[in-house]
Design a protein around this ligand. Structure first.
Ligand code: G3P
Ligand code: CA
Length: 260
């Protein structure tokens, strides 16, 4: 820069709608993803698991109890694990009512349905493979579904993340051009090794420091921090220069980023 000129400000973080705009619409449903687009998030996040017949569906918990009416529809099927029911059974569930009567009847989407519903939205996707140990081979099935929807593989629109770093290593071998993110906060001493296959380190915001972000950046990786819903947390993450902020309230984050 010219002497006396101020350095260019860092770009604002990517605004990622966590399970969709999940503060206002039922998480991991197309309604929540569409609301994220209406609120002008940059990306949406979702959680992928597998049914008993190996179909990919969107659900955060490994059981269906919290976010569907599975207990009343299938009273004899405790503990209502996602992997114990077929897709046809899961499609009978209401995944909206728990979050408010206006969302009644919102179905549990398949991954394919979500990809197709959001294809034209312009949003990017942060796809989490949830509990992959329960679903051996899920990485390959996710890759197959992405190949059936190739627009998601173009233009840097997609990243895949998991708490299970072994799963991300496997996914990277299957689709080396798709960036992978590691959920959690590995010690700085491990970053060089993890950077051989990972592109993002995605930690909870508590305990995250500007110094840790610097270390991750030095290893050529990005930081997407979660789940920031309050303005002061959002501001702190912006000042730490994270690359992405994952939030249930993309409208609030957007206002904050554009006001600064
Ligand atoms: O994207 C980060 C975040 O989704 C990880 O936690 O439990 O909400 O899936 P969780
Ligand atoms: Ca998630």
């Amino acid at each position: 820069p010219l002497p006396g000129a101020a350095a260019a400000p860092p770009p604002p973080p990517v605004n990622v709608a966590h399970r969709g705009a999940s503060a206002y619409a039922p998480e991991n449903t197309v309604a929540a993803f569409e609301l994220a687009a209406a609120q002008r998030a940059d990306m949406f996040e979702l959680d992928v698991q597998e049914t008993r017949d190996h179909r990919l569906v969107l659900m955060h918990d490994t059981t269906l109890v919290r976010t569907t009416d599975a207990e009343s529809v299938f009273p004899g099927r405790a503990p209502w694990r996602v992997g114990d029911l077929t897709l046809a059974e899961i499609r009978r569930l209401d995944a909206g009512s728990w979050s408010g009567p206006q969302h009644r009847g919102e179905p549990v989407p398949t991954l394919g349905e979500a990809l197709r519903a959001m294809e034209g939205s312009g949003l990017g996707l942060l796809l989490e493979i949830k509990a992959p140990r329960l679903y051996p081979g899920i990485e390959r099935r996710v890759a197959d579904e992405l190949r059936r929807n190739p627009s998601w593989l173009r233009g840097g629109r997609l990243a895949v993340q998991s708490f299970d770093w072994g799963s991300m290593r496997r996914f990277h071998r299957i689709m080396p051009r798709v960036p992978v993110g590691l959920l959690g906060m590995p010690p700085v001493s491990r970053l060089a090794g993890l950077a051989r296959f990972a592109d993002q380190i995605n930690p909870p915001y508590a305990g995250l420091t500007r110094d840790y972000v610097r270390h991750v950046h030095r290893h050529g990786m990005k930081v997407f921090a979660w789940t920031a819903n309050g303005r002061s947390t959002m501001r702190r993450l912006v000042s730490h220069r994270v690359d992405g902020v994952i939030t249930d309230r993309p409208d609030v984050l957007r206002t904050l980023i554009h006001a600064s």
